[in-house]
Design a protein around this ligand. Structure first.
Ligand code: ADP
Ligand code: MG
Length: 392
């Protein structure tokens, strides 16, 4: 299924290894606030160290504009990693250049060097061949474990892979296996649950899943645009007028496989303390907005989920950040967790919702990549994966 070489296929003794990780973590006042992504790379890093490699790690962090800026430095991440690994981690304040070359050459087996934010360099997002070659010269082997960045063809995620033996790390392998399997040969019935704020972010995903899934359950803000496309006024709900034609096209394409909420929770303000009521889907009064799916919808969706062989979920069912409108999302999370299906959840907010629900350990695979997981579900090939060595 996963037809790329991985770190299992290479002898790392005495090798310098450039590892592209996804250490794009939230930082506040110089401190790492959520280490999920750092921890997710540890199996790969420990495996390489145990086999006698020295590691040169690089990642982007945030969206620095027009060059280096201290708030996006990788230094706090390097320090945090040192704490996690229980050993020193060197840091160099550049991505390439004489100081980086010297630091890389000084590395002994078992040692770790973290480079500065890849996006401080203007060549990164342009996939500049010169930068790719400079990066490649630092190491003997390239390992890509940054699934969350694999949908970008950047110098550190794609370009560099053409200049070194390039293989996948364990995290990359696991992500592609689960998401790829769900798309290519799902255990049926295959149920896709899609929600979140906007339809426009996920049109390609809805279209592709309508082709391959047995049921596509729609909730969240994106349902509103479908309602409006069906002719229901949606009051003050979040709606995308520019996506109405697309919504009509998807409705026609989906037929009975596409299921919309049959009842909704509406509120008189966009606030947790707002007055709220449940109504069967019908015109929403002016001044009111849809903030969650209703209990009848949750029950109907739960029934479909209970018999699923595979569940893929992206996008919360309502404004789950407000406890009074989190019911629908939690109810669906419960159904996914207690189904016997292979369950895969992707998307930053969806993953946060499942973590909040306390059910994360009952999910088969929680993806670390938002955009990358969406592109997989869309059926696209990720450039960072395509550039790795083929198995045969
Ligand atoms: P993910 O990060 O999982 O891909 P999205 O970013 O697409 O999900 O959407 C998550 C956001 O959608 C949340 O902030 C949530 O509050 C919002 N949302 C869900 N339902 C609604 C709704 N009915 N009205 C407005 N916003 C909504
Ligand atoms: Mg989001």
């Amino acid at each position: 299924m996963f037809n790329k070489k991985t770190i299992r296929d290479i002898d790392f003794r005495g090798k310098r290894v450039l590892v592209r990780v996804d250490f794009n973590v939230p930082i506040k006042e110089g401190k790492v606030k959520d280490d999920t992504r750092i921890r997710a790379a540890l199996p790969t890093l420990n495996y390489l160290l145990d086999r006698g490699a020295s590691l040169i790690l690089c990642s982007h962090l945030g969206r620095p504009k027009g060059g280096p800026s201290p708030e996006f430095s990788m230094k706090p991440v390097a320090d945090y990693l040192a704490g996690l690994m229980g050993k020193p981690v060197a840091f160099v304040g550049n991505l390439v250049g004489p100081d980086v070359t010297a630091a890389a050459q000084a590395l002994k087996p078992g040692e770790i060097l973290v480079l500065e934010n890849t996006r401080f360099h203007p060549g990164e997002t342009k996939n500049d061949p010169e930068l790719s070659e400079q990066l490649a010269r630092l190491a003997d082997v390239y390992v890509n474990d940054a699934f969350g960045s694999a949908h970008r063809a950047h110098a550190s995620t794609e370009g560099v892979a053409h200049h070194l033996p390039a293989v996948a790390g364990f995290l990359m392998e696991r992500e592609i296996q689960y998401l790829g399997q769900a798309i290519a040969e799902p255990k049926r019935p295959f149920v896709a649950i899609l929600g979140g704020a906007k339809i426009s972010d996920k049109i390609g995903v809805i279209r592709n899943l309508l082709k391959i899934a047995d049921h596509v359950l729609i909730g969240g803000g994106m349902a509103n645009t479908f309602f409006k496309a069906q002719g229901y006024p949606v009051g003050d709900s979040l709606v995308e007028d520019e996506a109405l034609d697309t919504a009509r096209e998807l409705l026609a394409m989906g037929g009975t496989r596409l299921r919309l909420p049959i009842d909704v929770v509406i509120a008189d303000r966009f606030e947790n303390e707002a007055e709220s009521r449940v109504m069967p889907m019908a015109p929403v009064p002016d001044g009111w907005r849809i903030l969650d799916i209703g209990p009848e919808t949750a029950a109907a969706f739960r029934k479909v989920i209970a018999s699923a062989g595979t569940v893929v979920w992206n996008g919360p069912m309502g404004v789950f950040e407000m406890p009074n409108f989190a019911q629908g999302t939690y109810s669906i999370a419960q159904a996914v967790a207690s189904s016997g299906a292979t369950s895969i959840i992707g998307g930053g907010d969806s993953v946060a919702a499942v973590n909040q629900s306390g059910l994360a350990n009952k999910i088969t695979h929680i993806s670390t990549g938002g955009g990358a997981s969406l592109e997989m579900l869309e059926g696209l090939v990720l450039p960072g994966v395509a550039a790795l060595l083929d198995r045969n």
